[in-house]
Design a protein around this ligand. Structure first.
Ligand code: ATP
Length: 583
């Protein structure tokens, strides 16, 4: 397939914000593509050259991209730099300069999707001495053969700034459109994706033979998209919903999905990034304690003093996030893994099996040892029993409990009532914190002028529309260090205009790419004409009242893990239902 076809579709997608239109445009590309090309189109549209969990990034610094544009078009580095300063988008600079080339390339051939993909992949995996100059050369060669529109998108890949506003749900719709002409295959495609986290491969299978995706199986070393917990405000409501259930401690550490085959162990984060080198003691523990040749387990790892049975605060666990000194930290403060699920063991897919059975098998598979144990829990059938367990958990320093439906399968990639969380909440406070995407910031006034930072504009995810909606302006909860950190990180992703994916009625001083997620607490949810979360027609939207940041940039969460509009609406409903005496 010619890359010009994909670039033309991207051009139209960039100009629209309607999800249906976007999926139709992309659907037409899939329809014309060979299955293997469709796989590449999926990765490219995700801004990647491999499934995201492989962690292969095309990243190149702006200076090197400028150099490649200069080589390919004959403009000086200074001219490229000045044009970038004026427009704020190197993609547009490449488009303009390729259109007005001072020199034409020696060998210019029409670009195919395959060639663009292969060159970008080569750029991504080249490393070591002299790698920057070979990356610049490879990018310049691509630009030599590119039309202006192709050039615009080509340079955006290494900058991770594709800016199409297309998320996975839109890609899934587009695949369904390509085969069915409508969205009827969405659920099936989504299911396959949730089991293997590789949308490129799912696209390839689906477009070659739609029956193939029914056969997508859980596989060791392909992470499964994590199950998520629903919220209910009280023990009574939880028991009404689940009946007799098991209630477990909600540990506050790193969620990890551990894959094992023989002596090979890999650890994936909640965002499904490969984190194995960060947790050597857990890798060793898995080798010693897991009595299955192949297994996939899920659990939460945290700093825990097994001698006293005390949980250390999250701050202690999070120190492991540093790249250096992992070995020393692993020796001094080893983490302990509390396993709460078993998804696969020796050829058998346990995701389809009821939790009670999964847990039974887990007890068989996991041998006793000092590094790993099974998450503690208790079966309950009355609200008073659940409440008692909840109180005990809080006394031990845990953040709450998770009730689990004993009959439910593992619902990969979904927030369902198979798991229900109940967290500590105080009078006058929302029952749970929320995870918001930063979409802009305000400049500081008064005492904050020196930080040039006066707060954040934040949004939630509208899953139905695959768009972002604003829900809060956050002006408190930041330490000086956090203000500096936020300002520094956000300045690197400034935008000249509103992010494409966002619906907003308010405007911050500076827009930023929707990339970072923070955790926010609030007093309650109110109706507000200022925000677009849940807004329909003339009706006001929903907003957080007295929001404050409780955890700065969450490296373990991406935009797609943010709280959704649907969750905000449900929390609003619950807060109206619940009486103070219930809290
Ligand atoms: P939170 O910020 O409340 O941890 P979250 O968005 O990360 O929420 P949820 O699905 O809402 O995730 O809550 C479940 C989370 O709780 C899991 O992601 C997991 O990290 C953590 N957790 C701790 N203990 C358990 C347990 N026993 N069973 C399941 N999940 C647990």
């Amino acid at each position: 397939m010619r890359f010009s076809k994909l670039a033309a579709a991207y051009e139209k997608i960039e100009a629209t914000s309607g999800r249906i239109e976007m999926s139709e445009l992309l659907g037409r590309v899939f329809k014309q593509a060979e299955p293997e090309e469709a796989k590449r189109v999926v990765y490219l549209t995700q801004g990647k050259v491999a499934p995201p969990y492989e962690g292969i990034e095309v990243g190149m610094g702006e200076k090197f991209v400028e150099q490649a544009i200069s080589i390919a078009t004959g403009y000086s580095r200074k001219e490229v730099e000045n044009a970038y300063r004026a427009s704020g988008d190197l993609g547009k600079v490449a488009e303009k300069f390729v259109n007005e080339r001072k020199q034409s390339g020696l060998a210019s051939e029409e670009l195919s999707v395959e060639r663009v993909f292969n060159v970008l992949r080569k750029i991504a995996i080249t490393s070591g001495a002299g790698s920057q100059s070979s990356k610049v050369k490879a990018l310049a060669e691509l630009l030599n053969s590119a039309s202006p529109v192709e050039a615009k998108f080509i340079v955006r890949f290494p900058l991770s700034k594709l800016r199409l506003g297309v998320g996975d749900p839109t890609i899934i719709d587009a695949l369904s459109m390509a085969r069915k002409g409508d969205k009827s295959a969405r659920k099936e495609i989504e299911r396959a994706y949730n089991l293997c986290s590789d949308l490129g491969s799912v696209a390839e299978s689906y477009l070659s033979d739609e029956r193939l995706i029914r056969d997508v199986r859980v596989r060791v070393f392909s992470p499964i998209r994590p199950a998520l917990a629903e919220r209910l405000p009280s023990a009574e409501e939880i028991l009404k919903k689940l009946g007799r259930c098991v209630v477990e401690a909600k540990y506050d550490g790193f969620r990890m999905q551990v894959h094992k085959s023989g002596e090979r162990v890999e650890i994936f984060s909640r965002k499904l990034e490969r984190m194995t080198p960060m947790f050597p003691e857990i890798v060793e523990g898995i080798k010693r304690q897991v009595g299955a040749e192949e297994a996939i387990l899920e659990g939460e790892a945290l700093a825990f003093n097994s001698a006293t049975g005390q949980y250390f605060p999250f701050q202690m666990t999070i120190q492991r996030k540093r790249k250096h000194g992992v070995k020393e930290m692993a020796e001094k403060y080893p983490l302990h893994l509390f396993v709460f699920d078993l998804l696969y063991a020796d050829g058998k897919d346990y995701t389809k099996i009821a939790y009670a059975e999964r847990k039974k098998k887990l007890k068989e598979v996991l041998k006793r040892g000092e590094r790993i144990s099974i998450a503690e829990g208790r079966e309950v059938s009355k609200p008073s029993q659940l409440e008692a367990y909840f109180e005990e958990a809080l006394e031990k320093g845990l953040e709450g409990v998770i009730a689990k439906d004993l009959k439910a399968p593992y619902v990969a990639g979904a927030r369902e009532f198979a798991w229900i969380k109940l967290k500590r909440s105080y009078r006058g406070e929302l029952s749970d914190s929320v995870d918001l995407v930063i979409v802009g910031y305000y400049l500081g006034k008064g005492a904050r002028a020196e930080f040039e930072f006066g707060g954040l504009l934040c949004a939630v995810l509208d899953e139905n529309e695959d768009r972002l909606k604003t829900v809060a302006r956050i002006g408190s909860g930041f330490s000086e260090e956090e203000m500096r950190e936020l300002k520094g990180a956000l300045d690197k992703i400034k935008l000249k205009e509103r992010p494409k994916k966002l619906d907003a009625l308010v405007e911050p001083d500076v827009w930023v790419e929707p990339k970072y997620v923070i955790t926010v607490a609030a007093d309650e949810i109110t109706r507000s004409p200022m925000h677009t979360c849940g807004k329909s027609g003339e009706e006001p939207g929903y907003a957080l009242r007295f929001p404050r940041m409780v955890q700065s940039i969450r490296r373990d969460k991406g935009m797609e893990d943010a709280t959704t509009v649907y969750e905000i609406l449900k929390m609003y409903d619950q807060q109206r239902r619940i009486s103070w005496s219930n809290r």
